[in-house]
Design a protein around this ligand. Structure first.
Ligand code: F0G
Length: 438
């Protein structure tokens, strides 16, 4: 059966049959999915009605948009369901504890889309449900990825659900134990590589081609199709009223690529009549995309990456070219923030009762920086994507609150108190806190 989409090389425009297993074009270029149907394949009304349905395929915040994502025969769809993540209003004018986030950012209308609320605790589940479903359609029995932790946790879970063998390649000693624990628990064969993520990424592509294992990193264009739904669902939640900015972290740049593709399709198909500006925020020590942006995208040089935000410790992002298109198409920008700025911003998000992992907090740190520079205006409507759950990196939380991270703001610390098992000892702590004006 023919599928209603093809694969196309992003540079050459050469087309490939999606039933053929390939991750890149003949000359190594990235591929993208091009849908045959143009216009609006599904109405906004139907999309809204699907929110009321109990069918997992409608309930999923990915497959609800299936005509725009990956129109596959239903029997191949591996759904949890995923998506439907909360969009927290956190602007400075908000009448709740969340407003401390907006105050920190200096923005009146701020929304946080919490992708850490996905089934395995990160935004990766959106791309993974699409990727694993395509793997199922293609008859794959074994899948693999390289990862800084979240992709591997997600793939391991979906592979278990689909009954496939799963191999994950992770940089030894460089990912959070919570994420490693997920991959192990979900039964993936976990292979630690003596090298960084970029080395693991290169290796896994080679391994998959040589050993006939299906590759599910975001170089796989079907992953990007599912990943697009963060932006689609976000704008749907805002009742199709497009924000001025969408801000997200950048590592391997699959998410920036996907966001741009989704927005561009919503625009071309007439679901929205204007585009938000996309701002990708990188950690200062892992910022090859930012450096390239600063050169007007005239050059791109991979770098040795280092940052406390281990999810985005990536120096040679695979989706660079697609992400560049996103920034250009949306009149967007790329910014960097320091590790101390990331961890301070994370403490603010955490303290409001929302919480996220370090990489996600680049968004708030970036918005604050861009607002201070006058690029983002106080009155702009800004949506930030929080990519991972607060429990993804407890070690970073402990280090921050124990004051082990140089340059972070001591005022944001919440030190664990110690007491004797006596009323007097505890009274001293409680009285001090109750008298505290902060
Ligand atoms: N935030 C989190 C929590 C991530 O795990 C990642 C990437 C990103 C942001 C960056 O997104 O790569 O699409 O630009 N994690 C990948 C992984 C690399 O292996 O889990 P990106």
């Amino acid at each position: 059966m023919n599928l209603p989409f093809v694969l196309r090389g992003i540079d050459s425009g050469r087309e490939y049959d999606p039933r053929e297993i390939r991750y890149r074009g003949e000359d190594g270029e990235l591929l993208e999915v091009v849908h045959s149907k143009t216009g609006r394949p599904v109405s906004r009304k139907t999309l809204q009605e699907r929110r009321m349905s109990h069918d997992p395929i409608d309930v999923s915040g990915v497959w609800r948009y299936r005509e725009l994502v990956l129109p596959l025969p239903y029997r191949h769809i591996i759904v949890k369901p995923e998506g439907n993540t909360n969009l927290y209003p956190a602007g400075s004018l908000e009448n709740s504890g969340y407003n401390r986030i907006g105050r920190y950012a200096g923005v009146e209308n701020l929304y946080l889309k919490h992708e850490g609320e996905n089934p395995t605790g990160s935004f990766k589940d959106r791309g993974m449900t699409a990727g694993i479903s395509m793997a199922h359609y293609l008859g794959a029995t074994a899948v693999a990825c390289a990862s800084t932790g979240n992709t591997s946790a997600s793939l391991a879970s979906y592979a278990a659900q689909a009954g496939m063998k799963c191999f994950v390649f992770i940089p030894a000693g460089k990912i959070s134990y919570s994420k490693l624990a997920q991959a192990i628990a979900y039964g993936a064969v976990t292979i630690q590589i003596d090298g960084d993520f970029d080395a693991a990424m290169q290796l896994v592509e080679e391994v998959c081609i040589s050993l006939k294992v299906y590759l599910l990193n975001s170089v796989n264009p079907f992953r990007i199709e599912g990943q697009k739904t963060i932006g689609i669902e976000l704008i749907h939640q805002l009742n199709w009223d497009v924000p001025d900015w969408i801000v997200l972290p950048g590592g391997n740049l699959g998410n920036t690529a996907a966001l741009g593709k989704g927005l561009s399709e919503l625009f071309q198909r007439g679901y929205i009549s204007r585009l938000p500006r996309v701002a990708t925020i990188q950690a200062h020590g892992a910022s090859p995309f930012y450096r390239s942006f600063k050169s007007g995208f005239s050059e791109f040089t991979p770098m040795q990456a280092n940052t406390i935000a281990s999810a985005i410790r990536i120096g040679n992002p695979v989706s660079y070219k697609k992400a560049k298109q996103t920034i250009e198409f949306t009149n967007g920008l790329v910014e960097t923030v320091t590790d101390a700025e990331i961890m301070d911003a994370k403490a603010v998000i955490d303290r409001a009762g929302i919480g996220c992992e370090p990489a996600s907090a680049t968004t708030l740190a970036g918005i604050r920086k861009l607002q201070n520079a006058g690029t983002i205006r106080k009155s702009d409507r800004v949506a930030a994507i929080l990519t991972g759950h607060v429990l993804k990196d407890p070690a970073a939380i402990a280090d921050f609150h124990e004051g082990k991270l140089p340059g972070t703001d001591p005022v944001l610390r919440n030190t664990v108190q110690h007491a004797q098992p006596t009323l007097a000892s505890v009274r001293e702590i409680i009285t001090r806190v109750l008298n505290d004006t902060v």
